[in-house]
Design a protein around this ligand. Structure first.
Ligand SMILES: [Zn+2]
Ligand SMILES: [Zn+2]
Length: 160
């Protein structure tokens, strides 16, 4: 997507749209795959010294939940309002802004939903589907495991 500045009249806001192929612009993460092209729709306006492009970016992604490891596909849409400096420029290419926006949309740890309970660290059961017996057996939280091992050792020590 490229805006040729000479094609725009100063002070006139015009509708614009463009597409990017996510495979071509290197924005994928191992846990975030794009399943649709990146669409940008909005308006552009050239003024003295600046070029403003505002609108909505739409795409779709498949992400892996950092807690339960399930994959989830969902549409992604974000608003943007970019102002470019046009001094000594003949055209504007918003690719860097698109990259930046999409990187911000990639959380450090993605969760399929805010209340995702994740997997049991002991037996691997998906706790969203139901609970396992580990909690009752005292294996659920790691501090409990440490306590148990310690007391077992102490017990053995006392016996010998
Ligand atoms: Zn999850
Ligand atoms: Zn378990």
């Amino acid at each position: 997507m490229k805006f040729i500045l000479s094609e725009f009249s100063e002070g006139v806001r015009v509708p614009v749209e463009g597409f990017y192929d996510p495979k071509a612009i290197e924005i994928e993460f191992p846990d975030m795959i794009y399943t649709a092209s990146i669409e940008l729709r909005g308006t552009a306006e050239k003024s003295a010294g600046t070029f403003r492009f505002q609108g909505v970016l739409k795409t779709a992604v498949k992400r892996t939940c950092g807690k339960c490891l399930k994959e989830k596909s969902e549409p992604l849409s974000c608003n943007f309002d970019w102002i470019f400096d046009v001094l000594d420029k003949e055209s504007i290419e918003p690719l860097e802004n698109v990259r930046e926006l999409l990187i911000l949309e990639h959380p450090l740890v993605y969760r399929c939903r805010p209340e995702c309970r994740g997997l049991c660290p002991h037996c691997g059961t998906d706790l969203n589907d139901g609970s396992c017996n580990c909690k009752e057996n005292g294996y659920h939280a790691s501090p409990v495991i440490i306590k148990k091992v310690k007391s077992k050792k102490e017990r053995n020590h006392g016996k010998s």
